[in-house]
Design a protein around this ligand. Structure first.
Ligand SMILES: Nc1ncnc2c1ncn2[C@@H]1O[C@H](COP(=O)(O)OP(=O)(O)OP(=O)(O)O)[C@@H](O)[C@H]1O
Ligand SMILES: [Mg+2]
Length: 372
């Protein structure tokens, strides 16, 4: 895999997260269900993919970004369960048909194609209840895994999209299957942290308190450092100068997506990164995102913009204090409201030292540069 990709990182491109990898592996192997929570672009999908690769367990990943109806979800689940089942089907005819028999209401069909054998599960007639079918598919998958004495993993990514689809009925259907699972470990993740958290933390929702929670933070500087320097020696036969490396960390603020964006550029173009070249790349990058950032910022209220600008320039331990109210000339009530909204929308976050900061370092840089 390419070093410093701008999409999912696995294998050689995956940096650290040793403790979280171990923890997620333990949860999966012990049949515990997990939800992975982090702000956007912190590496949730990469972590899950890396752990699945390492564990070598049969799995399916359901990515719900494009699912807009219960039927879409039903289609996706029947396709993915079919693929997963195919990968664990026993060789002997008798054992194989015993497993396929479990799915007989889905009319299982083994098709031979150029890519090899494929198991297709057919959807029931259109009058059948999709949510019941989804539950049934997942429960039958579990039953098959149990009979074959295997552990399987079902991953739902962008899981918050489910709550947009059909009240909580669909959630309840999947929760039902999860509750009775003996040989399936479920992993949930999604890019909308607050929607996801409310699915798992709200007492009135089906998934309340049902999973272990893994929270991802930014990767430590020392971990990035050894990872990048090793890659630099492999690619450029020498380490990156300390001053340049510090600059990369200062600009990216150790946000994994931006560390990869900067380094990825130099690795892709095969140019040894110097201090000036890093600055130049970053300026060009911010320039290319200018209209997007402007649109983002303009979608906020005036008070939210004032607070965002203030926190971009001076991160605060107590952002709703009198001093901040005075500095940006808004009332305490309005400030509290703006703070809540900006946190909810992931524009700002509280760092390890308890300082409220702008979450996206590129947006922060853009705000700083337009405030001069
Ligand atoms: N451990 C890691 N090692 C190397 N790169 C990483 C790591 N984690 C994340 N990245 C990089 O950060 C970026 C975001 O990763 P990923 O897509 O996994 O995050 P995500 O949290 O699932 O994002 P989203 O919120 O958009 O779903 C990618 O460029 C990826 O390559
Ligand atoms: Mg993701």
């Amino acid at each position: 895999m390419r070093k410093f990709p701008t999409n999912i990182a696995t294998g050689d491109a995956f940096c650290n997260r040793v403790a979280k990898r171990k923890l997620l592996t333990q949860y999966i192997k012990n049949g515990m269900h997990t939800v992975i929570v982090a702000p956007r672009r912190y590496g949730k999908t990469s972590l899950v993919n890396q752990v699945l690769l390492e564990s070598k367990l049969p799995c399916c990943i359901l990515e719900l970004t494009m699912a807009t109806s219960v039927k879409d979800v039903e289609h996706m689940i029947s396709r993915k369960v079919g693929e997963l089942l195919q990968s664990i089907l026993p060789k002997t005819k008798k054992a194989k048909s015993a497993i396929l028999d479990l799915f007989k209401t889905f009319n299982p069909e083994l098709i031979l194609s150029a890519a090899g054998q494929k198991l297709v599960l057919h959807l029931k007639d259109e009058h059948s209840d999709s949510v019941t079918n989804i539950s049934e598919l997942l429960l039958k998958l579990d039953e098959s895994a149990k009979q074959l004495k295997k552990r399987v993993v079902v991953v739902f990514d962008e899981f918050q999209e489910l709550s947009e689809i059909k009240d909580h009925v669909l959630e309840a259907g999947i929760r039902h299957a999860m509750q009775y699972a003996e040989s399936t470990s479920y992993v949930f993740s999604g890019s909308n942290r607050h929607m996801l958290q409310s699915m798992f933390n709200d007492k009135n929702r089906p998934f309340y308190n049902s999973c272990e929670v893994i929270k991802l933070e930014r990767i430590e500087q020392s971990e990035h450092e050894s990872f990048i320097q090793k890659a630099a020696v492999e690619r450029f036969d020498k380490k990156i100068a300390n001053r340049t490396l510090s600059r990369i960390f200062k600009l990216s603020e150790l946000h994994p997506s931006y560390v990869n964006r900067i380094c990825g550029h130099f690795w892709l173009t095969d140019k040894y990164p110097t201090y000036n070249a890093v600055n130049q790349y970053w300026d060009d990058f911010i320039e290319s995102r200018r209209s997007e950032f402007a649109r983002d910022v303009l979608s906020l209220s005036k008070n939210q913009r004032r607070l965002l600008k203030h926190l971009a320039i001076s991160p605060e331990k107590q952002p709703s204090s009198q001093a901040v109210c005075q500095a940006i000339s808004i009332s305490e009530a309005s400030l509290r409201q703006a703070l809540k909204k900006l946190s909810l929308l992931d524009y700002i976050y509280k760092d390890k030292e308890g300082l409220y900061r702008v979450l996206d370092p590129a947006l922060k840089f853009y705000i700083e540069s337009t405030s001069k």
